[in-house]
Design a protein around this ligand. Structure first.
Ligand code: AKG
Ligand code: FE2
Length: 350
């Protein structure tokens, strides 16, 4: 890859921009000239809420739940999960600390500022080209697993309980991830460990805290532009009050419903590849809101970069030919394509 293309251009956070009183006149670089959001017409999507406890046993109820899961992942590429081992109060605590962090004064947050060309830390969208339309969101990106990837200098000291709560939350998510990956395998009648073995015992998990300030031009500005995740799966904690996330299906945008006690889980490109296209890695985006701020916390589960990602043998036969090549270090490929405005999964398609 051309090294020059990798050099990132600096830019300020959306909160800084608003702090300077420039919020009313949204700068050009945030404005989508093609594919304007047109958010108001989106309908609510109809995705199931699945009880995680029921995915684990071998009863007929479980068979029903696995079918619900398979059907959701082949159509929408996502579902919501309850009974995940965390109380609604604990999820509120995670949401609250996210809000508290972004509410800190700019100088305080800047202690955690990410460096140019590093993903970890506090800041804005990574900016790679003058042409890039910027997302109306600020972020804090932290690698959590494996533990040796943690760069603790970016973990906020304020609010005080931040690190401990994040640690507890992601420990629970590792258990949820394992169960979901097993259920995905079972729903396709595959060996129960096949997705899990690729993710590994101590698979990589990155946390991205997203903050979306109100925006005076929701008609032309997006919180996150359309993309699919480069993960195996992503576990998302949504804002409890404010909607914003939308999924693309049959060329139409649909609103993700808020279920306060649930996590929203979506398939990423690596699970689409492994399942030979049976599971869909959905294209999604976040729209902006004129009055209200919104937060979310995405946990990205990513197989180790040395793992070969290719369709499982047993899903390839004469009637269902192989649709994807073998790829390694998909996340590396991901950014290269993303910068060019292309869907990274095209790199894996035969
Ligand atoms: O904020 C959201 O609801 C989703 C964010 C998202 O898609 C991401 O961080 O990849
Ligand atoms: Fe995403």
């Amino acid at each position: 890859m051309d090294m020059a293309a990798k050099i990132e251009l600096g830019s300020q956070t959306v909160q800084e921009l608003l702090g300077k009183g420039k919020g009313e006149q949204v700068p050009e670089k945030y404005i989508h000239k093609v594919g304007a959001p047109n958010a108001s017409s989106a309908q609510l999507m109809d995705i199931p809420v699945i009880d995680l406890g029921l995915l684990l046993t071998t009863s007929s109820i479980t068979a029903q739940q696995l079918e619900k899961l398979r059907s959701a992942l082949t159509t929408w590429g996502c579902f919501q999960v309850i009974n995940h081992g965390m109380t609604p109060e604990f999820l509120d605590e995670v949401r609250e600390m996210t809000k508290q962090f972004f509410a800190l004064p700019v100088e305080e947050k800047q202690k955690y500022l990410r460096q140019v060309n590093d993903i970890q830390g506090y800041g804005n969208d990574m900016v790679f080209s003058e042409q890039q339309t910027l997302d109306w969101s600020d972020r804090l990106y932290l690698s959590v697993y494996p533990e040796e990837h943690r760069k603790l200098k970016f973990w906020p000291q304020n609010p005080k309980s931040f690190s401990e709560t994040l640690d507890q939350y992601t420990k629970k998510l590792q258990v949820v991830t394992k169960t979901v990956l097993e259920a995905m395998a079972r729903s396709l009648n595959l060996d129960v460990n096949c997705f899990r073995d690729l993710y590994g015992e101590q698979g990589k998990m990155d946390a991205r805290f997203n903050f979306y300030p109100p925006c005076s031009r929701p008609d032309v500005v997006l919180g996150v532009k359309p993309h699919a995740d480069g993960t195996i799966i992503t576990l998302l904690l949504q804002d409890k009050q404010v909607e914003g996330l939308q999924f693309l299906k049959d060329d139409q945008w649909f609103r993700a419903p808020i279920v306060p006690e649930a996590l929203l889980i979506n398939v990423g490109d690596q699970a689409e590849t492994l399942s030979n296209g049976i599971f869909k890695s959905p294209v999604h985006r976040v729209v902006t809101n004129p009055d209200k701020e919104r937060i979310s916390l995405a946990a990205f589960c990513i197989p180790e970069s040395d793992k070969d990602i290719e369709p499982f043998e047993s899903l390839v036969n004469e009637s269902t030919p192989r649709l994807y090549k073998k790829v390694k270090n998909y996340v590396g490929i991901y950014f290269e394509y993303y910068q060019q405005g292309r869907r990274p999964i095209e790199a894996a398609k035969i």
